[in-house]
Design a protein. Sequence first.
Length: 251
Amino acid sequence: MKIKLRFVPYFLTVGMFLIFAASCSKDSNAGSNDNSNTAAGKIKAPEFNSKVTYGTMTDQDGNVYKTVTIGTQTWMAENLRVKTYNDGTSITNMVYHGHGLNGGYCNYNNTDNPDTISTYGRLYDWYAVNTGKLAPKGWHVPSQAEWTTLVNYLGGENVAGGKIREAGTDHWKGPNTGGTNESGFTAIPCGVYSHSDDFGNSGEFTAWWTSDYYFDYTAYVMCINDNCSTMYCGGTYSNINTGYSVRCVKD
């Protein structure tokens, strides 16, 4: 359900929410701004699990994604990278034009490298999620409950992060603890665009928005780090101006 919101400037939101814009792990390493594995360095396509059977889907911009069925759910196996909503409306670039109620996107470090964008996807604020028009037709941004279904199917919070994470260190920094990608979900570390207009944590962190609002201009997210197998599916939330990745699940 779309939440009616008003836009809140940054200076009114600092300190009002659980801050983990650089990491949602309990042992946050916020402030890291490494981008050696993204636009400034090597760009390799994600390494999908060769033992998993993937499908495909196409978004409203014509981008084609791999999909994977995990339990009873079918997920995008890549991060969303649309620049238009599913009604054809353009999404504002929030770096250059600011945030607003209609939502925004950005590319990590403002890159225009198509290989980087294809590999990592784009980052979106929660206003974009809240429009209800971000996901391709027939798909939707998952709720916290739907993420929890995925986590539980994979054995719980303590191990699910490793099972969804791309194996190896082509994109993740070492040690990529527990990263097996046995599920085929193929999560890679896309970093974050913080509500204070900074990019950070590529190579070591990724988070995806849920469709669920929390309170006081924050919304729930799912997140993983490179140094543990944990995937947090409850009680983790962030300022809705922050830019995170988006995965969609089939209706």
